[in-house]
Ligand binder design. Structure first.
Ligand SMILES: [Zn+2]
Length: 170
């Protein structure tokens, strides 16, 4: 899958102006990835989320599934309850085994699963907020240790491919 369209990048730019998407600096984590942290990300081969995540965690414990974080959200149009239940069980096992409470929930664009179920960028961001609330309502997780991230693949004005990861501030 190629980069996002210019129109979609316009939406990303607007979200940056609205301070919904913020620059994410891994240094802000203040060592909370000492045990690696765990990431839920899309297994889409058209994104370098894993490369990015390797930079913020020296031991990148990843749960990679098609659609990533979207698959957990009950209101997501592609939600499958039993699958989501098993995913959650698997994620908790991963975090327990690796002794970490730090969780990175990734969404990205363009994401094949988001496109398949007709979600635009803004709708995806709304789903991200829902995901955070969903995880935060489960006592296994520590709300301050849940990080929502949005990975974007686009062409810059010179036609070069750029990939950026933003913090979702919702
Ligand atoms: Zn995806």
């Amino acid at each position: 899958m190629g980069p996002i369209s210019a129109a979609d990048y316009g939406i990303v730019s607007a979200l940056k102006c609205e301070r919904v998407l913020l620059k994410f600096d891994p240094k802000d984590l203040n060592g909370s990835t000492r045990n690696g942290g765990a990431a839920v990300a899309c297994s889409d081969g058209d994104t370098d989320i894993r490369v990015f995540h390797g930079q913020i965690s020296h031991r990148p414990h990843c749960q990679l599934i098609t659609g990533g974080t979207l698959r957990y959200i009950p209101s997501f149009r592609g939600y499958k309850k039993r699958f989501a239940f098993e995913l959650m069980r698997d994620l908790k096992a991963l975090m327990s085994i690796k002794e970490t409470k730090t969780l990175f929930l990734y969404l990205h664009a363009p994401c094949g699963m988001a496109i398949k179920y007709l979600y635009g960028i803004r709708e995806q961001i709304s789903l991200a907020a829902e995901a955070r609330n969903f995880f935060a309502s489960d006592q296994f997780f520590v709300p301050e240790k849940i990080h929502l991230l949005f990975h974007v693949k686009r062409l810059d004005t010179g036609g070069d491919l750029k990939q950026r990861t933003y913090k979702i501030a919702l």
